[in-house]
Design a protein around this ligand. Structure first.
Ligand SMILES: Cc1cc2nc3c(=O)[nH]c(=O)nc-3n(C[C@H](O)[C@H](O)[C@H](O)COP(=O)(O)O)c2cc1C
Length: 189
């Protein structure tokens, strides 16, 4: 089951924007992050939830989408995320950035997948604009944004070819292809 969930947990970037996600759903997802591992169990992560059109519209243009898809500026109106979770580090709890946010992101995205949703980790963020737009106090470091929605695209995993190219690409049918290295190529003997 966990393998199926992980295989289906691709980075989704096009959504049924009209399929709203309510705040309770976002709270359930953050609760999965809350229960996840944290270095020294310090738990420095805090979260901003967004699931209303006005707040979503503020966040969307501050995010960078699919850098390898050079001709694609990101999801068009109608295919944009229905919700976002902004992952913050409370620097009054811990100053240096660990890996807690990666673990939290995976917990949230797997939980979203289980609910029939999907999403994408976004680290390309206009952080100053997001900070002022959402009035985020300086004690919080902006780490990543999780874009969430009901996926509207097919994403498949391909083996990395002989040329070793790991760049994802989109075919003429709009299917998003993600090359993954073979198991034997990542285990060091
Ligand atoms: C730390 C991290 C940062 C990422 N930042 C972005 C981003 O800014 N924009 C984006 O479109 N995707 C971003 N992604 C998604 C990756 O592009 C994606 O994970 C990768 O292409 C592999 O696809 P998969 O998630 O379906 O396996 C990020 C992923 C990670 C783990």
């Amino acid at each position: 089951m966990i393998r199926d969930l992980i295989v289906s947990n691709r980075s989704y970037r096009r959504f049924h924007q009209e399929a709203a996600i309510d705040e309770q759903t976002l709270r359930e997802l953050v609760d999965l992050a809350r229960l996840s591992a944290s270095g020294h169990n310090v738990q420095p992560l805090k979260y901003i939830l967004s699931c209303n059109p006005e707040k979503n519209a503020l966040i969307f243009p501050l995010l960078g989408w699919a850098g390898y898809l050079r001709d694609w500026p990101g999801p068009s109106e109608g295919e944009r995320p229905a919700a976002y979770i902004v992952v913050l580090q409370d620097t009054e709890i811990r100053r240096d950035i660990g890996i807690d946010h990666g673990i939290a992101a995976q917990s949230i995205l797997l939980g979203a997948r289980e609910k029939g949703l999907g999403g994408c980790i976004i680290a390309t963020i206009k952080k100053d604009a997001l900070r002022s737009g959402l009035s985020i106090p300086t004690r919080y470091e902006i780490l990543i944004v999780l874009a969430l929605g009901k996926p509207k695209e097919k994403v498949v995993i391909d083996p990395v070819g002989p040329d070793g190219d790991i760049k994802y690409w989109r075919d003429s049918e709009g299917v998003h292809h993600v090359p993954k290295r073979a198991l034997e190529d990542i285990i060091v003997r």
